[in-house]
Design a protein around this ligand. Structure first.
Ligand code: MN
Length: 246
């Protein structure tokens, strides 16, 4: 189990609670919040892992580092399943490409393990959310453990806040991020910038993850590690694929 909000996130604790009883659990998670770190891997500095409790490792790296270190260094044998989250904040549409939560699951899928990313559409965790997310985690993990996912396929699961109005199989939607960059001046007179709006909107695409969450439904999107564009291949097939160098 890992996440991108860091080892002390209540989302990670709730995910641990939800899967306790399914089998031995090993947590390998970043020592601090590494949200929006994407699929980054640490290659130019050493990694340290501190076992802060039995089978709970705090790592000074990224979520992808944690999956690598967990699978290849810290746990005995191979995991039956890798779960990531529960992220505080939904990972919908374009978010997926930035999300350390989702990319940790992608890393596990690249290694050939079944993997699920869980996110909650909220920046905080209430007692009510705890019960709801547990039920969702229980259901999805149970399904994945009984039915093999295709190689290279992993699941992106988003959970709404408030009462759950069903569960939907979805495709990746499309976010509208704010385009504004906030520019400020620091005490030494130099500019600094903040990227990213507070509340991104989304395109109204029926069947998408964004629409499901907006409708109060749990969204389950099967994603894949292979990124080749089929329509791109068809288009580029008409290219002559030769060029001259002067
Ligand atoms: Mn996060």
């Amino acid at each position: 189990m890992t996440n991108d909000d860091g080892i002390y996130s209540p989302g990670l604790a709730s995910l641990a609670d939800a899967v306790t009883g399914l089998g031995p659990v090993v947590i390998v998670a970043p020592d601090r919040n590494r949200s929006a770190i994407g699929h980054a891997l640490t290659l130019d500095s050493p990694l340290r892992a501190e076992e802060i409790r039995k089978n709970v490792f705090s790592v000074d790296g990224t979520p992808t580092d944690c999956v690598n270190l967990g699978v290849h260094g810290l746990i005995d044998g191979k995991p039956k399943l890798v779960v990531s989250g529960i992220n505080l904040g939904a990972n919908l549409g374009d978010d997926i490409t930035y999300s350390g939560t989702v990319c940790a699951a992608m890393e596990a899928a690249l290694m050939g393990f079944p993997a699920i990313a869980f996110s909650l559409d909220s920046r905080e965790f209430t007692v009510d959310d705890l019960a709801r997310t547990s039920a969702v985690v229980d259901y999805v993990v149970g399904m994945v453990l009984t039915a093999d996912l295709p190689q290279g396929t992993f699941l992106n699961v988003n959970i709404p806040t408030g009462s759950i109005k069903g569960i939907k199989l979805t495709c990746q939607g499309k976010r509208h991020y704010g385009e504004g960059i906030v520019q400020k001046i620091d005490p030494r007179g130099r500019s600094y910038y903040w990227i990213g709006g507070a509340n991104p909107g989304f395109e109204d695409i029926p069947g998408s993850d964004c629409n499901a969450i907006a409708a109060g439904q749990v969204s389950i999107t099967p994603l894949r590690t292979g990124l080749t564009s089929e329509s791109g291949l068809q288009l580029l097939a008409a290219w002559p694929l030769s060029f001259t160098m002067d």
